[in-house]
Design a protein around this ligand. Structure first.
Ligand SMILES: Cc1cc2nc3c(=O)[nH]c(=O)nc-3n(C[C@H](O)[C@H](O)[C@H](O)COP(=O)(O)OP(=O)(O)OC[C@H]3O[C@@H](n4cnc5c(N)ncnc54)[C@H](O)[C@@H]3O)c2cc1C
Length: 505
């Protein structure tokens, strides 16, 4: 006897901010007929996985949180990872999200079945079907391992910052850190006092600004708990302060000269050695790559047990990392631990290789090098599917949760529309998707992300920015405020029977 495949109205992938937020909104709309498929054995996405020393948000916590679940208990302006993870678990618990999650369910393939207008989703824990598929698989959920000769044959300890090995004692070790991105600048200052020698392999020096991080006082917490609206005011003021960055990033990049002066002052304050200063001074316009924030990164790099290596890595040997300078001279750096701070698979998201259209073509094949969607959320050729944190919804200046919530609102509006109008298939029209992406490309012109003179993961091989939203986030929120059926091909249900699993309008 074959086992019945469970069917749901909605299947959500992931339990990061996107998956949790989506689940909360579905439940608030009265829908219980949904499942969340999570490959790990706990909730939390980014904030479950990235537990490296010093992990914290770099957008203030009052803003880097759900609009419907403000947290008066943040201990710091930029909260550490354990607190953010606890917050997510608490929100999920309070809103009954937990009971929908199927842990240990790695989505291997999601295939559109046109005859039944539903998705067949094969996971490591079995198959389910669903009318609608919402991917919250995360833009930064899968670490990137650099393609360096000999890396596999390294005989010491090697791990990625997103998979930190807390059992590996770093005391007195000779540690290589590869990469100087957002994670490395957080963990390097934390491990520097502990390790014997730290060799930091830097390909590009990032802009690093002073971070106004401080304890949130008891009085402030009291205010947030007891005075209605107080925390909303704090959140709004951070939001609008952050939105003003767009004036520099997108409208007039010359303004970023001020940021660069602050960045250089930050280097000069902590680093006296002119050679090291030169190594650490970026050679591109601030904002072209993500601007990082730290108060202890530069002081750590100025310590005697740290060596900042800017020559390119040519190979890894069983006990060393070998670099070559511009004259061709090779240097062998002996190490017993390598920590990869090499980021995530953003421009070629693994989930896109696992979602297939009716002809068996994967979303990744469909996209090729040119990742795009309609309103960053729906994709022509992939009916009834929604991608949270999708193409061109990334940000260089403010909270990703804001964008995710806007997408969730749009998705909910689409689901409600489908229910009210007895639509069982919706798919963005190709011309609507083209026009939308034309608008994105036009808005991207002149921004620091394409003119800033850096080689960033925001851009694809042709130099098209497929990751970032090009302007103010309120503009995105407005565009996704209401569902726009005229931009969709819709197929209506023929039966007149009322569905028992409808999403209430
Ligand atoms: C170290 C770090 C710090 C960051 N700090 C900030 C910050 O300060 N401000 C900011 O705005 N953004 C920050 N970000 C970006 C951050 O990723 C987003 O803000 C947000 O957390 C993304 O949420 P998500 O739910 O889309 O993805 P994630 O949190 O990545 O969650 C994705 C979930 O999907 C699951 N999943 C993936 N693939 C599958 C599959 N095939 N099957 C089943 N489950 C799957 C994963 O296990 C994971 O639980 C940071 C990212 C990192 C890595």
């Amino acid at each position: 006897m074959t086992e019945a495949v469970p069917h749901y109205r909605v299947a959500v992938i992931g339990t990061g901010f996107a998956g949790i937020g989506m689940a909360v909104r579905l439940r608030q709309a009265g829908l219980r007929d949904f499942v969340i498929l999570e490959r790990a054995d706990g909730i939390g996405g980014t904030w479950r996985d990235n537990s490296y020393p010093g992990a914290a948000c770099d957008v203030p916590s009052h803003l880097y949180s759900f609009s419907f679940a403000l947290n008066p208990h943040w201990s710091r302006t930029f909260s550490p990872q354990p607190e953010i993870w606890d917050y997510m678990k608490r929100v999920a618990g309070e809103h009954g999200v937990d009971r929908h999650v199927r842990y240990g369910s790695d989505v291997k393939a999601a295939r559109w079945e046109p005859e039944d207008n539903r998705w067949r989703i094969e996971t490591s824990s079995g198959t389910v079907t669903a009318q609608f598929l919402v991917s919250g698989a995360g833009p930064l959920a899968d670490p990137t391992y650099p393609d360096i000769k000999g890396l596999d044959a390294f005989e010491g300890k090697l791990f990625h910052s997103a998979e930190w090995d807390h059992d590996h004692d770093l005391t007195g070790r000779r540690v290589a850190v590869i990469g100087t991105g957002a994670s490395a600048i957080q963990f390097v200052p934390k491990i520097q006092p502990q390790v014997g020698k730290l060799s930091l392999f830097q390909r590009t020096a990032p802009w690093v600004m002073f971070r106004h991080d401080r304890d949130i006082t008891k009085a402030e917490s009291w205010l947030y708990r007891n005075i209605p609206g107080a925390q909303q005011i704090a959140r709004k003021s951070i939001y609008w302060g952050r939105e003003s960055y767009i004036l520099g990033f997108a409208k007039n990049p010359k303004l970023l000269g001020i940021v660069e002066r602050l960045g250089r002052a930050n280097i000069n304050r902590s680093v006296k050695d002119p050679v090291l200063r030169a190594k650490l001074t970026p050679t591109f316009r601030a904002g072209c790559k993500r601007i990082l924030m730290s108060n202890d990164y530069y002081p750590a790099l100025a310590r005697p047990n740290v060596d900042v290596v800017t020559d390119g890595i040519v190979e890894v040997r069983p006990n060393s990392v070998v670099t070559r300078d511009s004259s061709g001279k090779e240097t062998e750096h002996e190490v017993d631990t390598i920590i990869l701070g090499t980021g995530f698979q953003v421009t070629d998201p693994p989930i896109a290789h696992r979602v297939y259209d009716s002809e068996g073509r994967s979303l990744a094949e469909h996209w090729g090098n040119d990742v795009q969607a309609f309103r960053g959320t729906t994709v022509n050729g992939f009916p009834n599917a929604f991608v949270l944190a999708g193409p061109n919804t990334g940000l260089g200046h403010t909270s990703q949760v804001f964008m995710i919530e806007a997408q969730i609102r749009y998705t909910m509006e689409a689901l409600k529309f489908a229910c009210r109008n007895r639509v069982d298939r919706l798919e963005p029209r190709p011309e609507a998707q083209r026009a939308y992406n034309k608008m994105i490309d036009k808005s991207m012109q002149g921004t620091v992300w394409v003119t800033g003179g850096c080689d960033s993961w925001y851009l694809n091989e042709e130099g098209r920015n497929t990751t970032l939203w090009p302007t103010f986030t309120w503009n995105y929120a407005l565009r996704t405020r209401w569902f726009d059926p005229h931009n969709y091909d819709l197929r209506r249900v023929r039966s007149t029977k009322k569905r028992k699993d409808a999403v209430p309008a």
